[in-house]
Write a protein that binds this ligand. Structure first.
Ligand code: BJW
Ligand code: ZN
Length: 268
């Protein structure tokens, strides 16, 4: 048996074992940029990652926005235009299969691209915000962006709007953090960690919280990460290939990720 097949089989038997013990087994997914790579959205780190060509300090900090809002909005506008035309891939749909089957409790995502929701995920916490929203730091108004703004967007109160994402040095929404910690502590028998480098805090500490509460940790990544040493199984390879395979073998009678993707395409 190939190494990947062996890792998948181990992961599936661990989950099945838990399902036999608890009638109401609960899975949580924690996702990062790697899950959207196959949709054509670049990751931040690694080969062809955004941080290869762009300096995070000049684009993803409140200081950068203060210094040069035009540069920051240009970069976000470019990313909005890019993401808008992309569609969810089989890894996103695999999570929808799990949610529809009543196994997946919640998706905790660091992604700002809305692809989980566009695939049909209902219960999601967006920890780093959403690129299709802008917000006002003066009156706290939020607006939806269907497309990239052509000019600097201004709030009805007169203040310049900013992208509604979390930059380095900024705190994450405390209610979302609390909610995430709650589900990781009380509703997580199995944590699927998918396509994240596991180095950006505080989200990087989430697998530890789940582990402390006896969850099984299954990691889907093309390479080892700082999370791998606490993972029960690292399923090493592309999430868009291995996550659907995992789900198809775990739930052979459920609507498969490719069927869901096909339906999604038809209803567009
Ligand atoms: C595949 C694949 C395929 C590819 N299949 N896998 C404690 C210790 C040290 C530092 C800190 C700390 N606490 C806080 C900090 C500071 C900082 C931080 O963590 N820095 C580290 C980098 C060292 N954190 C913060 O500032 C956070 N705020 C905070 O904690 O406030 C309180 C505080 C502040 C300061 C000091 C102390 C406390 C906020 C973090 C906000 C992150 N923002 C960004 C930008 C969002 C907006 C936007 O999109 O523009 O969020 S940065 C970027 O990184 C983005 C991502 O959500 C985030 C995580 O990246 P992710 O998703 O993991 O992607 P990659 O690219 O890193 O990895 C992709 C992975 O996929 C790789 O592993 C590949 O192998 C894999 N892969 N193809 C499967 N096909
Ligand atoms: Zn305002």
């Amino acid at each position: 048996m190939s190494k990947k097949k062996e890792q998948l089989s181990r992961a599936i038997s661990l989950v099945k074992q838990i399902m036999r013990k608890h009638e109401n087994t609960q899975l949580i997914a924690l996702s990062g940029a790697g899950i959207s790579k196959a949709s054509g959205i670049p990751t931040f780190r690694g080969e062809n990652g955004l941080w290869k060509d762009y300096n995070p300090k000049e684009l993803a900090t409140p200081q950068a926005f203060e210094r040069d809002p035009e540069l920051v909005w240009d970069w976000y506008s470019w990313r909005i235009s890019l993401i808008k035309n992309k569609t969810p891939n089989l890894a996103h749909y695999a999570l929808v299969t799990l949610e529809k089957a009543g196994l997946l409790e919640c998706v905790l995502t660091q992604n700002v691209d809305s692809l989980h929701q566009r695939a049909g995920i209902e219960n999601i916490i967006e920890l780093h915000g959403n690129i299709f929203r802008a917000r006002c730091e003066k009156c706290h108004k939020r607006i939806h962006l269907d497309h990239a703004p052509k000019e600097l967007p201004i709030c009805s109160c007169g203040k310049l709007l900013r992208p509604d994402v979390v930059w380095f040095g900024e705190s994450l929404d405390s209610r979302l953090l609390e909610k995430s910690q709650n589900v990781l502590t009380n509703q997580c028998d199995v944590l699927l960690v998918i396509g994240t480098s596991g180095i950006v805090y505080p989200v990087a500490s989430f697998p530890k919280i789940a582990k402390k509460n006896n969850a099984v940790i299954l990691e889907f990544n093309i390479q080892q990460t700082p999370i791998s040493h606490i993972a029960d199984v690292l399923i090493q390879g592309k999430a868009e290939k291995l996550l659907p395979e995992f789900v198809n073998r775990l739930l052979p009678d459920a609507p498969s990720p490719s069927e869901l993707k096909e339906e999604g395409v038809k209803t567009k």
